[in-house]
Design a protein around this ligand. Structure first.
Ligand code: NAP
Length: 337
């Protein structure tokens, strides 16, 4: 039985965990953070004391506490699957930041465990589905006013990525957002993925990173998506999604900004980072998740979506390694999704 106010326990209080805690406690209605756990015990215990909330002795203690109704997982990727499975074992609602797990088998295991619970309990942090621009694009596509969608030209550009960033990470950590949001936008699934590594690379790259890269995704309905991933573009955080239809083109513009025409120039700022670009999307994502949990009806990105994203990112890196197009097959979608 969930209280009127959802009591959330957070596992992993790093960069995005800290932002989500502030978001939940200061912006979101109907929820508050009551406890945290992080492997950096000493530092985060202090934080918990400052916030007047409980620091749990382990993620497991937090998950099984009677004082925690729902779990938010914002620890590092490798830890997600285990915590999600433990939350499902307690039949508790759990919001897991992307990725759901770091391999296809673990994602499938989560899907299986959730199906055994008989209802949706998991939401995955694919927040682009809550971005105003993507939501409007979806409505325009579904209106059919511009005919059928033929192809998409997309780009995911970050100003810089650092020396830790590698070629597979461009797909697994960066392109994964498009991989999820585009199949939601088109209400379609992918049948193949091909990774192309252009010979010409930026000077800003390093030995372990091929930058930029291109992914070509083909859907069941025959739509071809060309996705540029460029993680050292230097000029800003730039997200493009151009939908070419039979009799029209639809696309995203960078929100929030005004342009200045002056001295024979025309200047429009570009978002500096993903936090700024998708700030409102994160707020909407969390409000709707809390509403969904309180109403016992989750509608956001599911374990199934996390599983599909994993299948596609794995196939994408396989394509990079083999230098060929990879056809993808999904297991049958369970009826709870
Ligand atoms: P981060 O700053 O490294 O924070 C992760 C935190 O988890 C760190 O404090 C880390 O401690 C802690 N941790 C490590 N192992 C743990 C364990 N076994 N149990 C509990 N806590 C543990 O990373 P971040 O940038 O916040 O990213 C966190 C997650 O969010 C990642 O999975 C990432 O992919 C996802 N993310 C999603 C988006 C999005 O747009 N949806 C954006 C950013 C990040 P140590 O520092 O000691 O390892």
């Amino acid at each position: 039985m969930i209280n009127k106010e959802l009591r959330i326990g957070v596992i992993g209080v790093g960069a995005i965990g800290t932002e989500h805690i502030k978001r939940i406690n200061h912006k979101i209605k109907g929820a508050r953070v009551v406890g945290i756990y992080d492997i950096l015990e000493e530092e985060k215990k202090k934080l918990a004391d400052e916030m007047g909330i409980i620091f749990y002795g382990s993620g497991e203690d937090l998950i099984s506490s009677d004082d925690v109704d729902a779990i938010l997982i914002t620890s590092i990727d490798e830890t997600h699957a285990d915590y999600v499975l433990k939350a499902l074992a307690q039949e508790k609602y759990v919001f897991c930041e992307k990725p759901l797990a770091i391999d296809n088998q673990s994602c499938a295991k989560i899907v299986e465990a959730e199906v055994k619970c008989g209802r949706r309990l998991v939401q995955v942090g694919f927040m682009r589905r809550y971005d105003k621009g993507y939501m409007e694009l979806k409505k325009l596509i579904e209106s059919k006013s511009y005919g059928e969608v033929l192809m998409l030209h997309c780009a995911h550009r970050n100003p810089e990525s650092g020396l830790h960033y590698t070629t597979p990470m461009s797909i697994i950590q960066t392109a994964v957002h498009e991989i999820d949001v585009l199949r939601w936008l088109l209400q379609d699934d992918y049948v193949s993925v091909e990774s192309i590594l252009p010979k010409k690379q930026t000077k800003m790259t390093h030995d372990n990173l091929h930058d930029p890269q291109i992914l070509v995704l083909e859907t069941k309905n025959g739509v071809v998506i060309q996705l540029e991933i460029f993680v050292n573009c230097q000029f800003g955080y730039d997200i493009k999604c151009e939908v070419v239809c039979e009799n029209g083109e639809l696309g995203l513009v960078d929100p929030h900004y005004t342009y200045v025409k002056h001295n024979f120039s025309n200047q429009t700022p570009i978002s500096p980072d993903w936090q700024t670009r998708f700030k409102e999307a994160y707020d909407t994502e969390f409000q709707l998740w809390v509403n969904g949990v309180l109403n016992n009806k989750l509608e956001g990105p599911s374990s199934w979506d996390g599983y599909v994203a994993s299948i596609i990112t794995t196939a994408g890196t396989e394509s990079t390694n083999k230098g060929e197009k990879i056809n993808v097959m999904l297991q049958e979608k369970p009826s709870i999704y």
